[in-house]
Design a protein around this ligand. Structure first.
Ligand code: AHR
Length: 497
């Protein structure tokens, strides 16, 4: 097997917005409680946040964190989560049939996120609530003082405004499972009026309007068009959500998830630009892929079959080497569209389909998927360069013919070029030849990868480092060419300097 590509700094896709490496903290399962927050844990800080989890969050590198949902937000009363803890109500959360104690709310989360080096991305409830609750929350969070809501925040011990710039207008409002689900027209009007009020409250904010919950929704495309017709001038981004899993033994299709993500992104870009043309708008609407991951959804019993519980174990998927390769390839797809996808959130951050796992009173560890994410977040900063790999293809039942090797390249400010590549061949290595003649300063490179003789291998509390990145080889530039061998079923990062 042999594949080839050319890296040329003249062919720029766009600059990477660091918010492409966001994640998501929902009040769901054990993401918040016993995930990021566990006052009785031996590593807890004075505010009750776990130090071991915090260290992993910083290492993961998530410049933006979406909060507090997810389906949860569509039934959420944000005022329940402010003020003295002893006065906060315990409520039933209908999204996940769980008991919500409200120990964590907007003040604690925002403070913690900033400590993690992350900007909060706050969602408002457009399921059971609307304009009033949303504009009050913006006032509470962002207004300096001298008004009812801003003085309430000050009285709660937060003298400085939280300065939350990025807001989501609800969550998955096209989904029949959503509390307060709406038709496109109903949602479009509510989103427009809520956006107007929030912007008047604070003109510096950016807004994400709900696109479709996934590509297979019956309203996909029409939903975005209807919503953008009403909201175009009032919003900045449209959201995309997508989860991937292996169906049966069809691993070849699962490994092609990136091709599906490409198609989804390109369809939404087309719809945004259609709305731009029809409405004769000047600005472009960009994309916020604010929920994406591998999720074995077929194993989820369904919301209606959950028992009321406090911090229940929900969708704590344990990820394999294959899952890590897919997560790495989904990051390649996001990077390839960096000119239009400005924000993306790996859903979720801890325990709930997450790169970080933790046990109550026990350890925290990195899942397999942590590694490609952390390395891409750290090194995939700068300008994305267009690469057009040539090489073998294979046939999948889901996505048709797909290339065996998928890749993208990012050049940072100092001129270091990082190539991210997956080999989807499950049995054979691929020799990759990279033409770097237009980058004569590059002389050497380091190649690391995530792969294993056992593609099902996972990391667990007992064996937290069973799967880690492997140093493959040092590569050299000879006659303007780099040659690297991509192991079978692997995610790879080759840094050239
Ligand atoms: O991330 C889990 C759930 O997936 C979110 O709450 C929802 O928005 C999506 O359906």
């Amino acid at each position: 097997h042999h594949a080839a590509l050319t890296i040329d700094p003249a062919f720029r896709v766009g600059d990477v917005d660091p918010r492409l490496y966001g994640s998501f903290v929902e009040h769901m399962g054990r993401c918040v409680y016993t995930g990021i927050f566990e006052p009785r844990h031996e590593s807890a800080d004075d505010d009750g946040f776990r130090g071991d989890v915090a260290a992993l969050v910083r290492e993961l590198g998530t410049p933006v964190l979406r909060y507090p949902g997810g389906n949860f937000v569509s039934g959420y009363t944000w005022e329940d989560g402010i003020g003295p803890r002893e006065n906060r109500p315990t409520r039933l959360d209908l999204a996940w049939r769980s008991v919500e104690t409200n120990e964590i709310g907007v003040d604690e989360f925002t403070t913690w996120a900033r400590r993690m080096g992350s900007e909060p991305m706050m969602a408002v409830n457009l399921g059971t609530r609307g304009i009033d609750a949303a504009r009050n929350l913006v006032e509470y969070a962002n207004h300096p003082g001298g008004t009812y809501w801003s003085d309430l925040r000050r009285g709660n011990g937060f003298a400085e405004p939280h300065g939350i710039r990025l807001w989501c207008l609800g969550n998955e409002m096209d989904g029949p499972w959503q509390i307060g689900h709406k038709t496109a027209t109903e949602y479009a009007r509510l989103a427009a009026e809520t956006a107007k009020a929030m912007r008047r409250m604070d003109p510096t904010i950016e807004l994400v309007v709900c696109g479709s919950s996934h590509q297979r929704m019956p309203t996909f495309g029409d939903w975005e068009a209807t919503v953008l017709r009403e909201t175009y001038d009032l919003v900045d981004y449209v959201s995309l959500h997508s989860y991937y899993e292996q169906r049966g033994d069809d691993r070849g299709s699962f490994l092609a998830s990136g091709a599906n993500m490409d198609r989804f992104i390109e369809s939404v870009i087309a719809t945004c630009d259609h709305a731009r043309g029809v409405g004769q708008h000047r600005k472009r609407i960009n994309l916020s892929f604010d929920e994406w991951n591998v999720w074995y959804q077929s194993r989820f019993p369904g919301e209606d079959n959950l028992d009321w519980g406090e911090r229940p174990r929900l969708i704590e998927d344990q990820y394999s080497v294959v899952d890590a390769v897919v997560v790495g390839s989904l990051l390649i797809s996001l990077l390839r569209h960096a000119d239009r996808v400005r924000i993306a959130c790996l859903a979720q951050l801890v325990n709930v389909i997450a790169p970080i796992r933790s046990e109550p009173g026990g350890p925290a560890w990195r899942q397999t998927t942590f590694h490609p994410f952390a390395l891409t977040s750290r090194h995939g900063r700068g300008t994305v360069l267009r690469v057009e790999p040539t090489g073998p293809t294979y046939e999948t039942s889901w996505m048709g013919e797909v290339p065996v090797v998928d890749a993208t390249a990012v050049r940072d400010e100092s001129g270091v070029v990082t190539l991210f590549a997956v080999n989807r061949d499950q049995h054979e290595p691929v020799t990759l030849t990279v033409d770097v003649r237009s980058l004569p300063t590059l002389v050497t490179g380091e190649h690391v990868g995530v792969f294993d003789t056992d593609p099902e291998a996972t990391n667990t509390a007992g064996h937290p480092d069973r799967v880690t990145p492997t140093r493959v080889a040092d590569v050299k530039v000879a006659d303007g060419t780099v040659t690297a061998v991509l192991p079978a079923l692997s995610w790879n990062m080759i840094q050239l300097r």
